[in-house]
Every structure is written in structure tokens, then in C-alpha cells.
Design a protein around this ligand. Sequence first.
Ligand SMILES: [Zn+2]
Length: 294
Amino acid sequence: MIRKWFVFVSALLMLAGTAYAQQAERPAIATTKVEGTDNVYIFRNVGHQAMFVVTNDGVIVTDPVAYGRPTGGQAYLDAIRKVTDKPIKYVIYSHHHFDHIAGGKVFKDAGATFIAHHRAKTRLEQLKDPHTVLPDEAVSDRGRTITLGGTTLELSYHGLNHSDSTLVMRLPKEKILFVVDTIPVGTVPGRGMIDFHPFETEAFIKSVLALDWERMIPGHPGPGDRLGTKKDAEDQLKLLQAASAEIKKLAQDGKCWEPAEKEFKLPEYEKWPGYAAGLPFIARRYCGLWGRGT
Ligand SMILES: [Zn+2]
């Protein structure tokens, strides 16, 4: 009996050790081909990631994800070069936030055309961030379709959301979306709430749910690096609606900011990654809405 226990406990320890080692050995940078596709890849740099698509006539790159990572753009280009030597034709920005779009100079030097939503272009021209390449072309609210080497990529605008400049990217043939920040996969939103538009985001998620897609690549890796599904988008919408309703009560009881921020809980989401860290940001943003009217 004792021996059995010993074997059991040893096995548990080994399992725990393996899990720990896997976590510790996770490389900072990784490229993954999206399962079931011929040419769609995810490039990840620590906690940020972007999609790139290889076509016969060149490569469509999205967010450079190199904020605070001086060699990040080059690492991204090197990762693409391991897959193809086709020219880099486009870099498309998901929205104007630097943590996703800084670091594209190597792609500019390689001759790429930079594309962003028109409001991202205007904002970036005002800010002149030294590490961020300015867009060459602006996409209007009506969207744009890119076709290159047999691949179609639709860029669409669905109103204000986590930012005011988000382009939803959809590969219609593959039924894959690339949406950054507004629809986290299985995690609680956090700092990104700072310039989040509460009502419009609910409409944004509903509008994205109405598109034809099966899998979503998020801008930050989800639990286990899994891709998102429509269920994840529905879950995120429910989380935001629950948070909004909860803070609305507290705000109308006169409890915003401090008491509401202390009392606010979302027990249903307690086990989701980012819960403890994200809660104060969510409370602050919805107190802004229901406690102040903003
Ligand atoms: Zn963002």
C-alpha cells in the first residue's frame, strides 16, 4: 500500500515538474502555422502576437508587436524568412496602440506598404512615435479588401470598441479572423479598458459575431495558445454586460469611485486568467460611465 502511494505521489510530482518545465521553457518568440491552413501563421513575441499570410505574390504582415523590443521587428522578419523568401507587400495595423504596432521599420525598409484605419493614421501623424512607421494608406469606415496571390483579406470597421481605430481582419476562405484586444480569448480584460467605449463595444462584438468565421486569432495569446471561437466572443460580451450591470447599481447608489471599486466582484469569472489584475480597470471604466456619464 505504501509502495502504491509512493508510486502515485512520484507520478504526480513528475507531472507537476513537466508542467513547470514547459512553462519555464516557453520561448519568448514563436511562429505557428494555423492548423488546417496552407499559408496562415501566427508570430508571437512574449505576450503579443500577430497574423501573417504567405501568398504566391508576397506576404501580408499585420502588427509588428515590437513595443519596447528594439530587435522585435527584425525577429518578426527573420521568422517570416524561415517560411518564405517572397517580398513583404503589406503591413496592416489592427489599431493605433503602440504595444501592437511599434517596430515596423524593417518591413518599411523591405518595401512594404503600411495600411491602417483612417483614425489610426490621423492619430499616429499627431503623435509621431519614433518607433512606429506611419501608415501609407488609410482605410475608410467602409473597409477595404486586399487581394494578393490568390488570397483575399477583408478589412472591416465595426465602430468604436476597445479603440476608435480597430480594423477587423477576415480571411473568408479560411473563415479566420484577426481581432486585437477587444475580444480577449478566455481572459478578463484589464489595462485596455482605459480608452474602451462601453456601449459601442457591445455593438462591435455583436457585429463581429454576425460575420462568417470559425476561428479567431487574438492579439494576446489565449489560455494554452488556443484560438477563439464565437462562444468566446459571446462569453466576452456576457462578461462586459455583467460588469456594466453590477457597476451601474453601485454607481447609482453613489458608490463610484472608491467604494464601488472595492465592492465590485464578478464571481462567475473568478477562475479566468487576469481576474484579479483586470477587475480594478473594469470597475474604473464602468464607474466612468455610470458614475460620471462618460
Ligand atoms: Zn489596444
